[in-house]
Design a protein around this ligand. Structure first.
Ligand SMILES: Nc1nc2c(c(=O)[nH]1)N[C@H]1C(S)=C(S)[C@@H](COP(=O)(O)OP(=O)(O)OC[C@H]3O[C@@H](n4cnc5c(=O)[nH]c(N)nc54)[C@H](O)[C@@H]3O)O[C@H]1N2
Ligand SMILES: Nc1nc2c(c(=O)[nH]1)N[C@H]1C(S)=C(S)[C@@H](COP(=O)(O)OP(=O)(O)OC[C@H]3O[C@@H](n4cnc5c(=O)[nH]c(N)nc54)[C@H](O)[C@@H]3O)O[C@H]1N2
Ligand SMILES: [Mo]
Length: 765
């Protein structure tokens, strides 16, 4: 492919034949298409397995086959026939594998046996499970202090695995629980806990069928939550408004051809997924919502002077909220000038977007990483919540707040205790259950763990899934720190770069995936559970034969490590691993909201984990829903640089062919990019100003001033419909440019959507 073949005009709508073709390719890839098709038919079915693709909810009365390109890719990725065997590791040294791309490592296939790094030969070698467990236990027990170990979790782990893992880690003696959520929706958790007393969304999938307005902010469902497109499209079809705020014009948010609709597929039709589309600047959403609130308050004032009925829900505000007056004063005092400058939208545009709110009775606001990965994300989400309180758009049918989660069980993992500062009530209940004292000192999140690694105070790193070293900011700096560790342990399905930075003792422990049958020693099938973005908890059991006979379930691996490290005096680990019902029983004793967990979860589609805010009960400091208390920032990153002097604000996001650090393929179909990932999307006016032409190769240089040179070299310029001064490019490659020191206020989330960079002509050396 020549340089110019890489970029084409994106054509057609999201979904449709393009998605089906891609699915076909996945099915026809390695392995038998028939068995793959069978696997796909079990996706998100009451008696099948939960799709590892994303955390979007499942419809109550689902069609027989919930189609989604994202899910198909995730399933095909796991169900590959390619295998990484001990022979593979005998052939390739770790140093050699470090030179492979993310794409090539993933495509090597499924891990098959436990392996241990041999520093003398620089190769991984097969090890027995018991030797692995004993080696890990010896290294963990040799540490002076349990706080020298970090226990990372990625959000695919089931409720049962995550609960058992936190039990092990807390009994071992630390609260160091960095997890992927720290880089993801942490700001939603923090802001919603302050505002409504629960760090989760308040809507169910049904509410999308009943609302008359959806604000969809800072997310790209066409790629990342394709099943959400059906909800948006249905909303538009029944006459509801869908108003998008996204820095880029994302294809899925304009039109969607539903592959489940046969006629549409035949006629090549597609229906809109939004009615209104606004493109704010990076980091401009707080200003957008502040502006919309101003419009609502002004409309209320007019209604009052003109003797018309009020627009605000005064009963809700009086009975249910705190801080209304103070917040209103702040909103009124904010000038349109600063709102327009920060948001990049005109007063007219913001007024139009807010007028829908004046008319709507039931409103849902959804958001994802475009909102959560900035310095002032917590304040932005508080502002969104405050705006929603104005008309009581929470805790009633068809209305509410909906952070759209990433990993399929990232929400559940937090619920069952993956939390570096777990609520006291949870720790109290756990202590009562176990009859022991547990550590109370807050542990490390991802940002703290990175800091401790760079300082050299961390000695051991254990990962329940994920790809920490590639997913974090300053990834090569963090990778160097890994090499000084005494112990690294990775529980994983497939090989990734995080496994190739061995410390003194290193193990990779291969586990069963979601799609695979999990049997105990008696041959009985086991089920795990997950919680989706809408707090629905349901069972999941795989249907494929395991990729290798030597695999263990995540639960089996955790139990093995725990037993070897701690013994079985407090918890009978073997018993738990033998029967997951026992883990669920313990979860329900510690977290009463799970009720009769084992019975409830066996009902088709599972059960809803009661959410106090959805019932207008406010478990906040004031006992009420809290209006925001923060003003807009003095200056956003965009205001700092404004695209002047070759400096820009960069967002790092996902292409259509990746799952976080997993690179399925090299295309980004909906954005018209084929065969390459080293691209930077830029506004044509910025190109002109900087003397750049389509196809030029440039270097991106980080501007954070701490003496470290941050660079991504040799990136192709792609003219794109992004606001001037705002660039975009793919993660994880661009993590080299994200400084680990710039993190969200109160959330500690790396600010991956507002990185200040310079563009320079490409220099090859
Ligand atoms: N296929 C696939 N599915 C996935 C994933 C995947 O990698 N691949 N990842 C999963 C995970 S863990 C997560 S967290 C989710 C992520 O789901 P998303 O949040 O959709 O992920 P991103 O690709 O980071 O996209 C961010 C979107 O926000 C917009 N944006 C960026 N900054 C701003 C801003 O300041 N304001 C506004 N209004 N918009 C902005 C971008 O243009 C982009 O459309 O998806 C999950 N599902
Ligand atoms: N610059 C930038 N950085 C970001 C982001 C961004 O938008 N921009 N997004 C952030 C976000 S939202 C997230 S969630 C993180 C993601 O960070 P992580 O969750 O750490 O990364 P993943 O790429 O999802 O992890 C993939 C690996 O998980 C393992 N795996 C897959 N399935 C299973 C399983 O069932 N069990 C086990 N044990 N292992 C499994 C495989 O080995 C695979 O290689 O990255 C964050 N980093
Ligand atoms: Mo995420």
């Amino acid at each position: 492919m020549t340089k110019d073949d890489c970029i084409k005009k994106p054509s057609g709508a999201a979904g449709g034949w393009g998605a089906l073709k891609s699915v076909g390719r996945q099915l026809m890839g390695t392995g038998s298409p028939v068995s793959r098709a069978k696997t796909l038919l079990s996706l998100n079915q009451a008696d099948g397995f939960d799709c590892p693709g994303c955390a979007w909810g499942d419809p109550e009365h689902g069609s027989s086959f919930e189609f989604c390109e994202n899910g198909v890719k995730a399933v095909a990725w796991e169900a590959t026939k390619a295998r990484v065997t001990p022979e593979f590791f005998a052939e390739h040294s770790v140093t050699e594998l470090q030179g492979w791309t993310d794409y090539d490592l993933e495509h090597a296939g499924r891990l098959t046996t436990p392996i241990r790094y041999n520093p003398e030969t620089d190769h991984y070698e097969e090890v027995s499970w018991q030797d692995a467990f004993d080696g890990i236990a010896a290294a963990l027990n040799a540490l002076e202090n349990p706080n020298q170990a970090e226990f990372y979790t990625s959000g695919r782990a089931s409720n049962e695995a995550a609960f058992l893992y936190q039990l092990f880690v807390r009994l071992y003696g630390t609260n160091n629980f960095p997890d992927c959520s720290n880089m993801c929706h942490e700001a939603s958790g923090v802001a919603l806990t302050q505002a409504i007393g629960v760090g989760k969304g308040t809507v169910l999938l049904d509410d999308f069928e009943k609302c008359d307005l959806i604000y969809c902010v800072g997310q790209n469902p066409g790629t990342n939550h394709p099943r959400m497109l059906a909800s948006l499209r249905e909303a538009v079809e029944r006459g509801a408004k869908v108003c998008v705020f996204n820095t880029l014009k994302e294809k899925g948010l304009t039109k969607f051809a539903d592959p489940q609709k046969k006629l549409e597929m035949l006629t090549g039709g597609a229906e809109p997924t939004s009615t209104d589309y606004y493109r704010p600047r990076l980091g401009g959403d707080m200003a957008v919502f502040r502006g919309m609130s101003k419009v609502v308050l002004e409309a209320e004032d007019r209604a009052m002077t003109e003797g018309r009925p009020p627009i605000l829900d005064h009963d809700f505000i009086r009975e249910h909220t705190s801080g209304f007056e103070g917040w209103c004063d702040m909103v009124r005092a904010t000038s349109w000038e600063i709102i327009e400058e920060q948001s990049g939208l005109s007063r007219d545009e913001i007024t139009r977007a807010a007028e829908m709110y004046l008319k709507a009775e039931r409103v849902i606001t959804t958001w994802a990483m475009g909102v959560t990965q900035h310095l002032h994300s917590v304040q932005t989400i508080r502002e969104i919540a405050s705006f929603m309180f104005l008309k009581g758009n929470i805790g009633r049918e068809g209305a509410g707040l909906c952070p759209v989660r990433g990993h399929s069980n990232v929400q559940g993992d937090r619920t069952v205790g993956i939390n570096e500062k777990a609520p006291a009530a949870f720790l109290d209940a756990l202590e009562k259950e176990l009859g022991v004292t547990l550590p109370r000192e807050p542990g490390h999140n991802v940002t703290h763990a990175i800091g401790a690694m760079l300082e050299g105070t961390v000695k051991a790193f254990v990962a329940l899934g994920g790809n920490f070293a590639r997913a974090v900011p300053d990834s090569s700096l963090v990778a160097d720190a890994f090499r000084n560790l005494d112990l690294t342990v990775n529980i994983a399905t497939k090989l990734n770069h995080g496994h190739l930075m061995p410390g003194k003792a290193s193990y990779v422990l291969p586990c069963l995936g979601r799609t695979e049958i999990d049997r105990n020693s008696k041959g009985e099938r086991q089920m795990i559970t997950v919680e989706d973005s809408m707090s629905m908890v349901h069972g999941s059991s795989g249907i494929n034969l395991p990729a290798s006979k030597s695999l263990k379930s995540e639960i089996g691996i955790i139990a093995g490590m725990a037993k070897a490290t701690l013994g079985s005096d407090v918890v009978n680990w073997d018993e738990m691993a033998e029967d997951y019902d026992k883990i669920r029983d313990m979860i329900a004793r510690v977290l009463p909201s799970f009720g009769d967990f084992n019975t409830q979860v066996r009902k088709p589609r599972g059960f809803w984990l009661r959410n106090s805010a959805s019932h207008r009960e406010w478990k906040t400091t004031t006992g009420l829903a809290n209006f925001g208390t923060d003003d807009l920032r003095d200056r956003t990153e965009w205001q700092e640089v404004k695209g002047e002097n070759g400096k820009f604000v960069l967002q790092t996001f996902r292409s259509h062919d990746q799952y976080n650090t997993t690179i399925y393929g090299m295309d980004d179909r909906y954005r018209g990019v084929y065969g390459i990932r080293n691209v930077v999307f830029i506004n044509p006016k910025d190109m002109e100003k900087n003397g750049l032409s389509d196809g030029d190769m440039v270097d991106l240089i980080g501007c954070f001033d701490d003496g470290r040179h941050r660079a991504c070299k040799g990136f192709r310029v792609v003219p794109y419909d992004t606001p001037y001064g705002c660039l975009a490019g793919y993660y994880p490659e661009m993590n080299e440019l994200v400084p680990h020191q710039t993190v969200g206020d109160q959330s500690y989330t790396p600010t991956s959507k507002s990185v200040i960079v310079k563009i320079e002509p490409h220099q090859s050396a």
